[in-house]
Design a protein around this ligand. Sequence first.
Ligand code: B12
Ligand code: SF4
Length: 451
Amino acid sequence: MPRVTLIHPCLGRRAGERRGLRTWQMQPLWVAALAASTPREVELRFYDDRLEKIPFDEPTDLVGISVETYTARRAYQIASEYRRRGVPVAMGGIHATLCPTEVAEYAECVVTGEAEQTWPRLVDDFRHGRLERFYRPNGGAFPTGWRYDRSVLHGKRYLPIKLIEFGRGCRLTCEFCAVQTAFHSTYLQRPVDYVIAEVAATAANGDRAKLIFFVDDNLACEAGRLKEFLRALIPLRVRWVGQAGINVAHDPELLDLIVRSGCRCLLIGFESLQPANLREMGKPINEAHGGIERAVGELRRFRVPVYGTFVFGCDADTPDDFQSTVEFSVAHGFLLAAFAHLMPFPGTPLYLRLARECRLLHESWWLDPQYAYNTVAFQPRHLSPQELRRHCLAARREFFSWPSMLRRSLAAGPQQRNFWTVNLLHRVELGLRDGHPLGDQTWTRPLLRAQ
Ligand code: B12
Ligand code: SF4
């Protein structure tokens, strides 16, 4: 019986650090997706590098590692450990999809795109000694059923949140977005009754995780289907969080359904209060129907708890914009907000443009040992990279300051407990995230590359 070990890498680890950031410790859904499509006779194990030590010496025949751009360094360290012991490694995930050639240097084989169909084939090829270098889904194939087997995740100390997918991808074309790049701006949805059945099972078995996170990057790609889904969700009386485009705010019927179906936090990428920046990012949708100001007014009118996200570093940004954006977010009583700088993820139109303009400070920043979380990897137009980072950090500190939290808590109404839990957690982690290393700092061996 072949033994297969799946690994979810952490972002990195400082010397002496025992546990990672709490807000990121959620069930990795890719493991549940792969587990459901793993042939039954395979003995499957899973280790989450964010929560536990990886037993590298435990006998196994094949290892599967998921790679995001931020976790690539750590993933390659883990792969090196196994490959040094003669165990072949398969890698997949969004970074493997964006940079298959780089990933192939650290693995026996690379899976790009969705793996529901390719994974069983890979395992079968492995058993017959004919592993290929690359596995790609057949053009636009719909991953039949999208089933998940979460049994391998049981017993691990994740946040009590259940991750569920409604759809995958996004049809919009924001310049900086890795998702639209990986999915070629396409969007696929599961049948509503599949998702509702999964939610109902959570609600029925009294799962500790009554809070559901719909992980879609944009729940509102198809407003009509979203309404159908939310209507079916109302009787299940669950609490949920999710991410959606600004278009939800211009549809009163949708806002009403969002609230009535139990939404406790809706992340919306406002990105910038400057119209010129929105044009640069390729996000004109945020200017439509009266723009962000009107959208936020509607969200308040319906009492939708908003997680507003903003991105800085576009050409029109000046130092004053940070302050005015924080003031906007506080004045509108956002439950949460993020103030990030632009990140040139590999393969994105943003990355390609900055490379053309010779503005990338590190070409493969994710592999650079000097690069740490929150380092700016490109040359902004009117600020220095250090200023951009400092202003973003100051904006976060101000948003999570006591006066801001107290003021914003007034907008939280009866959801005070929820408000304080999430705000205090984010406040504590502010300092921990900044400058966090990518990769395990105590790991000093050279990375093992394919011949
Ligand atoms: C949920 C989520 C989170 C959750 C964490 C979830 C968790 N499990 O812990 C939270 C909110 C905490 C989070 C945090 C962050 N996230 Co996040 N997140 C997502 C999101 C929205 C969904 C991921 C998901 O569950 N998808 C559903 C599963 C089934 O799909 P999947 O993971 O792609 O897996 C499929 C295939 O890729 C493949 N596959 C995946 N792994 C493997 C491994 C093997 C061996 C094989 C064969 C196949 C395979 O098979 C699966 C089935 O088809 C994605 C967006 C997206 N669409 O990917 C962003 C995303 C992955 N996050 C992103 C980022 C940047 C972050 C942060 C760095 C943000 C920050 N605050 O700075 C942090 C860092 C977290 C970390 N790595 O430690 C980026 C990554 C970009 C990149 N190029 O790497 C994404 C793509 C968002 C985006 N729009 O750019 N995130
Ligand atoms: S709306 Fe969100 S998911 Fe869609 S392309 Fe833009 S940033 Fe990506």
